[in-house]
Design a protein around this ligand. Structure first.
Ligand SMILES: C[S@@+](CC[C@H](N)C(=O)[O-])C[C@H]1O[C@@H](n2cnc3c(N)ncnc32)[C@H](O)[C@@H]1O
Length: 460
């Protein structure tokens, strides 16, 4: 069997080598640049192949000696845990730069890219996830309930007992929920997922069971009430237990209907930078409070430098960005829109809770909002989902001459690079600043923040 040297990391789970004979790229999981490996090709395509490691001939110095999680090689959640944390940050930066270059984004303002663009890491890159959603399965012969993540590229569930990237309290509570569900006979296919969410200090906890409504009998409902009643008495942090109904067969996890089953309110409170936020079961909330606080500091910094008259926060969720901007900059006026009605309801209460009178919040899709927009914003903050913005939305933005600046926060460097290039091509937007933040340590994912301005004589 031939030996291969690993050269780089891909924009996903794979590391890359090149077949010296054919010149074809070979993609292998759990490999690290600098490794010399024996590989077995299991999927050969026209231009590249996929391979398994059969032997680690010589280990790279960039490998993590002792990964925290025993399941990291198979679990779909942490694809890069076998790489030293500092090196993960370097590979993420390289991937971001590669994508910007592949999309031919104009980087001429940035001089030495390696020097001038960095990824902000975390001093402690563990126990950062404030929310988990575990799919549920059960052992058919015994009825024992299991919950965890899927194995990579498979529908086989790993019954997780310990996960070092999520808040510590989740391990114990999920374990107890599995015991109670086994005792009361609540499992798949009725119970699809367990969702847990906690405030950053873990003083407030929310549990939701996502169930198929069509399969939910009166007896099941009673059993779920008993499970929630029992666990509510065991954890003083537990404030909310909800049932979310999802009968769809798509991969969208949460359904539209959420019912409060136990608790005095159907949301938890958290603090994000300077504002208190209310978070319901199905509202989007950034997963890593510490790193999101760093991002908010940068966004506030940009806004202070830009000094806009009117700011729009687009794809605003429950308002984490605009609430903080409105609080830090009381002399400015802000508007925000979001498609998810639960997040918008949370946002309205968050505005009242934080006594803000300079933020207007609207429920709308981006497409509808921009089509009927009359107000004139000179700064637009974009934070779309992974798929990025549609051309329709970007066209509406570039057509408005009053929009002088865009601050774009993205969890997907590929769609971010695509959208920056589109803005450069369609209009005279110029990239002013690029920052990246490691919001998802040990995975290949990266959060990036850029600022673009309309070209003027001074920034050309
Ligand atoms: C990445 S999250 C950002 C949320 C918010 N900026 C924050 O930091 O918490 C993207 C948000 O866009 C919303 N969204 C998705 N598609 C949308 C659309 N077509 N129009 C408006 N909002 C949309 C989602 O519901 C989600 O809340």
């Amino acid at each position: 069997m031939s030996k291969y040297e690993i050269e780089s990391m891909s924009h996903g789970a794979y590391a890359i080598s090149t077949d010296p004979d054919s010149g074809k790229k070979i993609f292998a999981e759990n490999a690290c640049p600098g490794d010399i490996l024996e590989l077995e090709i299991y999927d050969e395509r026209k231009d590249f192949s996929f391979a398994h490691i059969t032997e680690l001939v010589s280990k790279s110095d960039l490998r993590e000696e002792d990964p925290k999680c025993k399941l990291h090689k198979i679990c779909g959640s942490c694809q890069w845990q076998h790489i030293k944390y500092e090196e993960q940050l370097n590979f993420k930066k390289q991937n971001l730069l590669d994508l910007l270059k592949q999309n031919q984004v104009d980087l001429s303002n940035f001089g030495d890219l390696d020097e001038n663009i960095s990824v902000t890491g975390l001093d402690d890159p563990w126990h950062y996830r404030n929310k988990v959603i575990y799919p549920v399965s059960s052992v058919k012969s015994t009825g024992r309930v299991m919950a965890g993540y899927y194995k990579r590229k498979s529908n086989d569930l790993i019954n997780i007992k310990y996960c070092p990237i999520q808040y510590e309290i989740f391990d114990q509570v999920i374990d107890r929920l599995k015991e109670l569900c086994t005792e009361y006979g609540i499992h798949d296919p009725l119970l699809r997922h367990m969702l847990l969410r906690a405030s950053h200090d873990q003083s407030e906890l929310l549990i939701s069971f996502i169930v198929r409504g069509k399969l939910l009998s009166e007896a099941d409902l009673e059993a779920i009430e008993k499970i929630f009643e029992q666990i509510y008495g065991e954890y003083e942090q537990l404030k909310v237990c909800t049932l979310n109904i999802n009968d769809d067969s798509t991969n969208v996890i949460l359904g539209k209907e959420t019912r409060l089953v136990k608790g005095e309110r159907d949301f938890i409170y958290d603090q994000i930078k300077d504002v208190k936020v209310k978070i319901s079961t199905s509202s989007f909330f950034q997963i890593n409070n510490k790193q999101f606080t760093n991002i908010l500091d940068s966004i506030i910094g940009y806004v202070k430098e830009i000094k806009p008259l009117q700011v729009l926060d687009a794809y605003a969720g429950l308002g984490s960005i605009s609430l903080n901007l409105a609080k830090s900059l009381p002399e400015m006026k802000f508007e925000a829109f979001e498609i998810n009605s639960s997040a918008v309801a949370d946002a309205h209460e968050n505005i009242l809770e934080n006594e803000l009178n300079n933020l207007n919040y609207i429920e709308a899709s981006a497409e509808d909002y921009f089509r009927s927009l009359e107000a004139e914003f000179d700064l637009i903050i974009l934070n779309p989902p992974r798929k990025g913005c549609t051309n329709k939305v970007l066209n509406e933005i570039v057509a408005r001459d009053e929009v002088k600046d865009i601050v774009y926060l993205s969890c997907n460097p590929a769609t971010l690079a695509r959208d920056i290039k589109y803005l450069e091509k369609k209009s005279d937007f110029v990239l002013q600043s690029i920052k990246a933040f490691d919001m998802f340590p040990h995975s290949f994912h990266l959060e990036s923040l850029v600022w673009l301005s309309r070209a003027t004589d001074s920034n050309l």
